[in-house]
Design a protein around this ligand. Structure first.
Ligand code: PEP
Ligand code: MG
Length: 896
């Protein structure tokens, strides 16, 4: 099979084989754009090499032939003594891995061809400068010589010549520099710098292959979830020179603004420079307008090509180009990366320009991007002082007083301060401080560091790895680029951009949230022109997603207030109302009384007091959700969660007994409470007396809740409403549990309907949140009118991970070691938990074809998981109100 393709042979569909860069160079060549000729060595050749430590046998000959074709086309020979052909050797993997792999330019120069180049270009300086660049790059990347050795020598030569910049070095000094560089090579490797052009090329190619497996490349792939076995292609391309004087130059440009999505071209140009100079920021770059003034004809051609590429790729393209003595050359293009706002705007612009369909536009935006647009933001009009930049680890805009340790964070937050926890890096001991802080800032560690993972998990704004910050925790100060910030002073961080600002920046609600909550008009009123276009784009794409999707989207909401908010966000029902939140605060004493009741009449009295309160809860909830399905779950958590803390209670009792002080009745009550706490204590409460087990052990408890639900529905009907309510039983593992509890539930429902004189249709279903429930779903479906997958508990019990502890304790290690790339509590584990879900879906439908199937664990709002639930054929997902729009968008994308 061919291992080498000329640029004129391939096209952009061949990214697997030719890598991104190679495939797009081929595509541009096919379009007739001015691409310097060259060829691509395939990823297959790379994989072969990486596996066996040597190139495939036929590769050498294939390269010889490709080189011959290139030489014949250009009428020049690689490294010839007259007018030599030089080539660049560049990496180009399937997925772009910026800065991770190697490049060698000017391959083909040696002690003779350098003179030929000087002669042909009529520029001696240029030729010797190119030669020293080759030895420098080759030495560093191919021969592994420390870069400083060359840089040091370069500085020495500049000092001797009395010049400040590279471009001022006179020719004799450059020639001397080349000699010095060659010495460095022979000294470091024990052999001379290779003079044979073909040997240079082969070694450079091998170095590119090897660069696939450097530590930093592996780390990058792990972070970006790119497979390790893809390998890279190598592009060998005739050199064109941007450093041939003032009529030459090099630049990068975008066909639209990748930051804002604003239409119009954007770019930077640097005259008399080679590619790496632009990136290195050595000199200030020019805008494209300046470039137009400098070289109108190249600029006009570039503009034409940009339009051509955009209509061809039908998307934002980014481009690298070079001008060699007034002639424009395209060195690279690809569909460009962009911010969340730009993604939405560009997608709808392209629909309006009739380049893509609405389906395609929807496919090009993601739930992650929408979520980013929903976080509060710093007021764009506010003045700001940027101190430094780290990694955007967890989005949001946070403002707080700087503290340097967890204990201070907790203490200050307890007295109502907003605090910003600043650490070199965080570890599990910092957890409390992270919970107390509004924002977390670290100077070390990447996007999978402890700080980043934990902060994302709890939705805390976080910037990590801001390496310019020096934290002196002992002195309680930090310094950054000459600015000192002491404990108690205020910093603002933007977790979506990684920026760190001095002082307090005003935070405003995202216009996208205003749109979601109050509608398009309200949002447009407060938006400027660009934001207005963004909000309109979000509106259009969300509405299209709503049309396209098959999954319904409900919300997890416990109160009428939450329910109303969820409705505003587009929820089509409530998939989970957790009733435990209704027993907090003052109602705790009622539950306490229920737990302490020592005879049936005391228990009934306690339940009778709870009943009207519950009924009122449900009336307001059903009113807020009128006409939409509302799933109410019977009480789930272990009862001792409603009792006071054991230690506190024990101390109180001991003190009272020792001192003899305190009202006798109070002390007696505390003693009974303590006994109850001890009686109900469980080592593993999550696996204990909760869910349906509670309903079967505490007589009358579930019946009271069902009576309240049915009564509320009857009230709503009487008031002219349309309650659509469903009752859900948690933590069922056996159909017997469900049969037993249904006997009680069905009895109460019939009784309430009879008493109220109305027909009540209240389906009863169960959560599937234990592996046993999934494994016996066929039986359970006999007694359940719907299933709702509780993927939080299902993940916990399938993996045997405690959902409350594990994220802080071992996930950072597991993510680092690659056991998984994302927490299974955040994104559904398809192979394990997902298999159980699929199994139960199939069993449920077989037994009861009209069974309704939903999911109400946290995964209901996770983009990747939503796609899984679509594929698994569920009827709906249910998630927190804030994630409803994300789920709507992703459900639409999943259906494309
Ligand atoms: C679940 O377990 O996924 C669930 C939704 O219930 P909870 O989170 O209340 O345990
Ligand atoms: Mg659960």
């Amino acid at each position: 099979a061919p291992l080498v393709f000329d640029f004129s042979e391939g096209d952009r569909t061949q990214v697997d084989l030719l890598g991104g860069k190679g495939a797009n160079l081929a595509e541009m060549t096919k379009l007739g754009l001015p691409v310097p000729p060259g060829f691509t060595v395939t990823t297959e050749a790379c994989r072969y090499y990486l596996e066996r430590g040597e190139e495939p046998q036929s590769l050498r000959v294939q390269i010889t032939m490709a080189l011959r074709r290139l030489e014949n086309e250009l009428g020049r020979r690689l490294g010839d003594v007259v007018d030599p052909l030089l080539v660049s050797v560049r990496s180009g993997a399937k997925h772009s891995m910026p800065g991770m792999m190697e490049t060698v330019l000017n391959v083909g120069l040696n002690d003779y061809s350098v003179k030929g180049l000087a002669e042909a270009a009529q520029d001696e300086r240029f030729a010797w400068d190119s030669y020293r660049r080759l030895i420098q790059m080759f030495g560093r990347t191919v021969l592994d010589i420390p870069a400083e050795r060359f840089e040091h020598e370069l500085d020495a030569v500049k000092a001797r010549a009395g010049v400040a910049t590279d471009v001022e070095i006179p020719v004799p000094a450059l020639i001397e520099l080349v000699e010095e560089f060659k010495h460095i090579v022979s000294d470091a490797t024990g052999r001379e710098f290779p003079q044979d052009p073909r040997e240079q090329l082969d070694l450079a190619m091998r170095a590119v292959f090897n660069s696939w497996n450097t530590d930093r490349a592996r780390l990058y792939r792990r972070r970006e979830r790119i497979q390790h076995d893809l390998g890279t292609a190598v592009n060998i391309c005739a050199m064109v020179f941007g450093n041939l004087g003032e009529t030459s130059g090099t630049g990068v440009c975008f066909t639209r603004d990748p930051a804002s999505g604003q239409p119009g071209v954007y770019g930077d140009y640097l005259s008399n420079a080679q590619g790496e100079d632009v990136v290195a920021g050595i000199r200030n770059t020019l805008t494209l307008e300046d470039f137009a003034a400098l070289d109108p004809s190249s600029h006009a051609e570039l503009t034409r090509i940009m339009r051509r590429l955009e209509t061809h790729y039908r998307d934002l393209c980014d481009i690298e180009f070079t001008v060699e003595r007034g002639k424009l050359w395209m060195l690279q293009t690809r569909v460009g990366k962009r911010t969340a706002a730009a993604a939405f705007r560009i997608a709808t612009q392209l629909v309006d320009e009739r380049l893509i369909t609405r389906d395609e536009a929807l496919a090009r935006v993601t739930g992650h991007q929408l979520a980013q647009l929903m976080f509060p933001q710093f007021d764009v009009d506010a003045e700001r002082t940027l101190l430094t930049r780290g990694m955007a680890a967890s989005p949001g805009a946070a403002v707080g007083k700087v503290v340097f340790d967890s204990a201070t964070a907790v203490a200050w937050a307890a007295r109502g301060e907003q605090v910003m926890l600043v650490r070199r890096e965080t570890n599990p001991d910092d957890l409390e401080g992270m919970i107390a802080a509004t924002g977390v800032l670290t100077s070390r560690g990447g996007k999978t560091s402890h700080a980043a993972v934990v902060a994302r998990g709890m939705g805390r704004t976080c910037v990590c790895g801001a390496e310019e910050i020096e934290v002196d925790a002992a002195a309680r100060t930090l310094s950054v680029n000459g600015t000192q910030v002491a404990e108690g002073e205020v910093l603002s961080i933007d977790g979506s951009t990684g920026e760190v600002f001095a002082g307090e920046l005003p935070v405003v609600a995202s216009p996208v949230v205003i749109y979601l909550e109050q509608g398009l008009d309200a949002a447009l009123e407060v938006a400027d022109e660009q934001t207005g276009e963004l909000v309109r784009s979000v509106d259009r794409l969300l509405r299209h997603a709503d049309q396209a999707r098959q999954l319904r989207v409900r919300a997890n909401a416990d109160t009428a207030e939450d329910a109303t908010r969820a409705r505003d966000m587009g929820a089509e029902g409530i998939g989970l109302c957790r009733t435990e939140h209704m027993f907090l605060g003052e109602r705790r004493v009622l539950i306490e009384r229920l737990i302490l009741a020592d005879d049936p009449s005391a228990r009934e009295a306690a339940l009778a007091e709870l009943l009207p309160l519950q009924r009122a809860d449900f009336v307001s909830l059903l009113e807020a959700m009128d006409g939409l399905p509302t799933t109410i779950r019977l009480l789930d958590p272990p009862l001792h969660e409603f009792l006071p803390d054991r230690t506190e209670l024990a101390v109180r009792v001991a003190v009272a007994q020792a001192t003899g002080r305190g009202e006798e009745a109070d002390v007696a009550k505390d003693v009974t409470l303590l006994a109850a706490v001890d009686r109900l204590h469980e080592s593993n409460p999550m696996l204990g007396l909760r869910g349906v087990r509670l309903g079967l052990s505490v007589p009358g408890l579930f019946a009271m809740q069902v009576r309240a639900i049915a009564g509320a529905a009857a009230d709503r009907i009487a008031a002219g409403g349309h309650p659509v309510v469903e009752i859900m039983v948690p933590l069922v593992g056996s159909v017997m549990e469900l049969h037993l509890i249904r006997d009680e539930i069905d009895g109460v429902l019939a009784e309430v309907a009879r008493d109220a004189g109305v027909a009540l249709h209240i389906p009863v279903g169960t959560m599937i949140e234990l592996p046993r429930a999934a494994l016996t779903a066929r039986r359970i479906a006999e007694a359940a009118e719907f299933f709702s997958f509780g993927t939080n508990d299902l993940t916990q019990t399938t993996w045997g991970f405690s959902r409350d502890d594990v994220e802080a304790s071992i996930f950072a290690t597991y993510l680092d070691k690659g056991v998984f790339t994302v927490s299974p509590f955040e994104s559904l584990d398809r192979d394990g938990v997902g298999a159980l879900v699929r199994m139960a879906v199939q069993a449920g439908r077989e037994v009861r074809p009209d069974i309704k199937l939903g999911i109400c664990g946290e995964h209901g709002g996770d983009p990747e998981s939503v796609h899984f639930f679509h594929d698994a054929g569920l009827d709906y997902v249910s998630c927190s109100a804030f994630r409803v729009p994300v789920a709507r968008l992703e459900a639409g994308r999943a259906a494309l």
